[in-house]
Design a protein. Sequence first.
Length: 81
Amino acid sequence: MHYLWYIILGAVAGWLAGTIVKGGGFGLIGDIIVGILGGLVGGWLAGLLGIGSGGSILGSLVIATAGAIVLILLVRMIKKA
């Protein structure tokens, strides 16, 4: 059941990141993948900065969205190069 929540949270985080960064999303599957990978990136970055989600869904969503934004910006930088 936890994996279902990861997918839902990843989809929402990926969609939010695509909306915030502009330029559309990557489609439903792409948004899920970007959101899940963004959650990993966000969790890693938050750990480096000593920031935690407090175990809440909202905190996890914020961290996953921030990580997805970083991931989208990195992908765009690589595509332009």
